[in-house]
Design a protein around this ligand. Structure first.
Ligand code: AP5
Ligand code: ZN
Length: 216
């Protein structure tokens, strides 16, 4: 099964794609994580992306589309994949459909993480991330076992450079103007499922598992 996770910054896409990946042995394709890996590796692509991401803008289509294409071809994605943060514009969604079609693959569902803007600031303000893996924690809602350290590697957690008020504002504006119109695109295909992303992590996880287990 291939699923697309759509949602505002801080809606919980990363948290739940990580859980889904581990529980059902799928692969997770997070364009945000892939771009952050490029930045950490200091590649040319990473340098281009860094400036844009720090301002909360969208990275050019051809960059993200290529990254997704390459990831989809990996053997561990053959069984299924969660696309976290891609597509995020109608153009990307159309392009993604072309890729799926050319590979003879199909999309199971597009899950929309519905959440009010007011909740986002608290979510992102308290977020701590393990940059190498993309795992995220929250000081209040999902605290790591040892303060400031990743549960699995014990390495330091940090704040994401784009989790600052001005950048959060721009990311949210972009979500409303560029990503939200895409919901209709999936609605028309009968693939859109909206979940209440404002509930607790346990509750959201249950909603997602139910969607995943429904249908073939
Ligand atoms: P990306 O990394 O995808 O960022 P985003 O979309 O802004 O989303 P976030 O990662 O901030 O939020 P999330 O939904 O994953 O929330 P999380 O689970 O961590 O993209 C970053 C940038 O890369 C973009 O701005 C853009 O520049 C570029 N980019 C990426 N993809 C692109 C594309 N396709 N095209 C062009 N550019 C692209 O949760 C947030 C916090 O809340 C955590 O602390 C978590 O513990 C907590 N939490 C989660 N769920 C709950 C809950 N139910 N209750 C309480 N707390 C919760
Ligand atoms: Zn994320």
């Amino acid at each position: 099964k291939r699923l697309v996770f759509i949602g505002a910054p801080g809606a919980g896409k990363g948290t739940h794609s990580y859980k889904l990946q581990n529980t059902f042995c799928l692969c997770q394709i997070s364009t945000g994580d892939l771009l952050r890996n490029e930045i950490r590796a200091g590649t040319l692509l990473g340098k281009q992306a860094k400036t844009i991401m720090e301002k909360g803008g969208l990275v050019p289509n051809e960059i993200v589309i290529n990254m997704v294409k390459n990831s989809l071809m990996k053997p561990d994605c053959a069984k299924g994949a969660i696309l976290d943060g891609f597509p995020r514009t109608i153009q990307q969604a159309q392009k993604f459909d072309e890729i799926l079609k050319s590979e003879g693959l199909s999309l199971f569902k597009a899950i929309y993480f519905k959440i009010d803007d007011e909740v986002i600031l608290e979510r992102l303000g308290g977020r701590l991330v393990h940059l190498p893996s993309g795992r995220s924690y929250h000081t209040k809602y999902n605290p790591p076992k040892i303060h400031g350290k990743d549960d699995i590697t014990g390495e330091d957690l940090s704040q994401r450079p784009d989790d600052v008020p001005q950048t959060i504002k721009t990311r949210l504006e972009n979500f409303h103007s560029q990503t939200k119109p895409m919901l209709e695109y999936y609605e028309k295909q009968g693939l859109l499922v909206t979940i209440n992303a404002q509930a607790s992590i346990t509750n959201v996880w249950r909603q997602i598992k139910d969607v995943f287990k429904s249908g073939k």
